[in-house]
Ligand binder design. Structure first.
Ligand code: APR
Length: 169
């Protein structure tokens, strides 16, 4: 468990090798985390994302971090909450799993996640936190390369929900 941290903060300021962006399928920017990451990284990020050709829900693509402290941004697209009958849970789980698998493939050892899908995409925070906790802990149980996974929550209520889900309080 000590490879997992759950903190409150701004993901654009995290000093890790890769931060995960909660993007949309166009990968052409947006609000929330997506907007913050593009603002902090600078215009070259959008330039590179244009060439990535979008990303399906549940999957992820990698770009450089440019002006961010992080060297890489792993852009993932979480599910839009539709009531829970459209395999939203499975899609969210695959976001976490695919980002971790992609990190390992790229030799990345430290990675920070935001609370994917729980903002504009409306995914219930408690269920999202349970999914994140299960996927991250399952992955780390069979991987030795990743040294640090940091969940970065933007507000106190989200922090409390994720700390509970990760068994930290
Ligand atoms: N650092 C960390 N977390 C943040 C930050 C930040 N700088 N800004 C926002 N958040 C939090 C939100 O408070 C929320 O808990 O990230 C979580 C995810 O919220 P969104 O950014 O709205 O992401 P999501 O719900 O996945 O919706 C994605 O919104 O911004 C658009 O282009 C994006 O269309 C996509 C959609």
């Amino acid at each position: 468990m000590n490879r997992i941290e759950v903190v409150q903060g701004d993901i654009t300021q995290q000093k890790v090798e890769a931060i995960v962006n909660a993007a949309n399928e166009s990968l052409l920017g947006g609000g929330g985390v997506d907007g913050a990451i593009h603002r902090a990284a600078g215009p070259q990020l959008l330039e590179e994302c244009r060439a990535l050709g979008g990303c399906p829900t549940g999957q992820c693509k990698v770009s450089k971090g440019y002006r961010l402290p992080a060297k890489w941004v792993i852009h993932t697209v979480g599910p839009i909450w539709g009531g829970g009958t459209h395999r939203e849970a499975e899609s969210l789980a695959s976001c976490y799993r695919n980002c971790l698998e992609t990190a390992v493939k790229n030799g990345i050892k430290t990675i920070a996640f935001p609370s994917i899908s729980t903002g504009a995409y409306g995914f219930p925070v408690q269920q999202a936190a349970q999914i994140a906790s299960a996927e991250i802990q399952d992955f780390l149980a069979q991987d030795r390369q990743i040294e640090k996974v940091r969940m970065v929550c933007f507000d106190a209520p989200t922090l409390g929900t994720y700390r509970t889900a990760f068994g930290l309080q």
